[in-house]
Design a protein around this ligand. Structure first.
Ligand SMILES: Cc1cc2nc3c(=O)[nH]c(=O)nc-3n(C[C@H](O)[C@H](O)[C@H](O)COP(=O)(O)OP(=O)(O)OC[C@H]3O[C@@H](n4cnc5c(N)ncnc54)[C@H](O)[C@@H]3O)c2cc1C
Length: 410
């Protein structure tokens, strides 16, 4: 049986991990990994157990440009690509999945305002969001409309120069603690074409919040219902035209799916290394677990699945950046495949820890708890399959060839 020590394992496992080509990307990947290791990882257990929303740590992340990664620089964003964003969220997530996932939702909201807002709206909201002086929430889901989001009922009736909102949103990440709510509401007919998107600011009369939900994971970010009771929102806060809200929401989610999948990559990445470290120190049957060929194979399989997952996320990110026709489906495929695979990798890493993996003293259990929800939200797996049903479009080898020839492809 081949024996392997920690140093040898480092070269086998860690060399597989970066997959980043351009020097500039390597630099901000390092900045994100360092931030994760120094500013997040030491606190992630405490944030989880005490349910702390780490505002100051996120503001520090924003100082590095992570508050508006793919927002335009003229309103305070970093102007980076979707591929760059994926690299950053994977790295940050190694330090705390839950906090990074919230930062990813915040980024999605800032991008929606930057992309679909007029100049006045962009200048009003984006700078404070990019610096994370203010925090944002994305409000689509309702108690009666989850997967079938287009059936939402929150109404917005035009009265003079205001919309009067009535209804409620469920499961809103950051809800109650955030300042800017990007809300999908019904201004017209049934179905997606009757939906508009408005920005509601905290402090608006008629806006209130439900109790903080108790969750399995994602505990460093609050989740609450967001309630509208005769909540008057200026018409000037509408993003895009009336009836464009559902399309805006879905365009936000295309990037959101890559971001959430990238957070899953970070969790799997960290978990593979934790499993490797545990195997190097835990002795059973007179030798370390790292001498078990079965566990060596397991670890190799986990690393292989991680690298395969990463390639799919990166390909979807490049497709979205380039506005390719297959982008929406690739984002869904990446989200579907990667959130499942990465959950399985983290779970296997917990298994390798044996009973210790089930103790809160060991970080691996938090990665498992935190990424479970990635399989449920931002277009759950069933919803993803609706896009994936256009399967014949993906059987052509040209999809792969296109990817290989792009300079940004990793
Ligand atoms: C921690 C957390 C944070 C969240 N944050 C946000 C947020 O910030 N903003 C936001 O808008 N939403 C948020 N959500 C909501 C999330 O997007 C929804 O939970 C998700 O879309 C699923 O909706 P649902 O929970 O109503 O499940 P349902 O739609 O009721 O689905 C239940 C199950 O049935 C399956 N299913 C549904 N329809 C069918 C069908 N026709 N055939 C077969 N299977 C079907 C689904 O795949 C799922 O497995 C969050 C959720 C959680 C748990």
């Amino acid at each position: 049986m081949r024996k392997w020590g920690k140093t040898q394992t480092m070269s086998h496992i860690e060399n597989l991990l970066p997959l980043v080509k351009r020097n500039e990307q390597k630099e901000f990947q390092k900045v994100a990994f360092d931030f994760a290791a120094n500013e997040m990882a030491p606190h992630m257990a405490e944030w989880d157990q005490k349910e702390i929303f780490p505002v100051e740590a996120m503001r520090k992340a924003a100082q590095l440009g992570f508050g508006g990664i793919y927002v335009n620089p003229d309103v305070g964003g970093s102007g980076l690509s979707r591929l760059d964003t994926s690299i950053i969220f994977e790295a940050l997530s190694t330090g705390c999945v839950s906090t990074t996932a919230y930062i990813s939702i915040h980024n999605m909201c800032a991008w929606m305002i930057d992309t679909f807002g007029n100049n006045e709206q962009r200048e009003k909201f984006c700078p404070d969001l990019c610096s994370m002086q203010k925090f944002a929430s994305y409000c689509l889901t309702e108690p009666g409309s989850g997967s079938d989001a287009a059936s939402l009922l929150t109404s917005a009736k035009l009265q003079g120069d205001h919309y009067i909102l009535n209804g409620s949103k469920a499961f809103i990440s950051g809800g109650g603690d955030t300042d800017v709510y990007v809300v999908m509401c019904r201004t017209g007919e049934k179905g997606p074409k009757g939906i508009s998107c408005v920005v509601v600011e905290k402090g608006t009369a008629g806006l209130s919040f439900g109790k903080k939900e108790k969750k399995v994971g994602w505990n460093s970010q609050p989740t609450r219902a967001v309630i509208f009771e005769d909540c008057a929102v200026p018409v000037t806060n509408r993003l895009g035209a009336e009836g464009e809200g559902f399309s805006i929401a879905m365009k936000g989610l295309n990037g959101g799916r890559i971001n959430i999948a990238s957070c899953s990559l970070g969790a799997a990445h960290a978990s593979v290394l934790l499993a490797r470290d545990h195997m190097c120190v835990r002795k059973q049957f007179g030798e370390t677990l790292s001498n078990s060929q079965f566990l060596q194979f397991k670890l190799a399989e986990m690393a292989t699945k991680l690298v395969a997952s990463r390639l799919l996320v990166r390909q979807a990110a490049v497709a979205l950046q380039e506005g390719r026709p297959d982008a929406v489906s690739l984002c869904s495929m990446a989200k579907l495949f990667v959130t499942d695979e990465c959950f399985a990798i983290c779970n296997q890493a917990l298994q390798i820890h044996g009973g210790y993996g089930y103790l809160k003293d060991y970080a691996v259990q938090q990665y498992v708890r935190d990424i479970r929800v990635h399989q449920i939200l931002e277009g759950n797996d069933f919803f993803c399959l609706i896009h994936v049903s256009e399967i014949e479009n993906f059987l052509e080898p040209s999809v792969i060839l296109t990817f290989r020839h792009k300079k940004d492809a990793t």
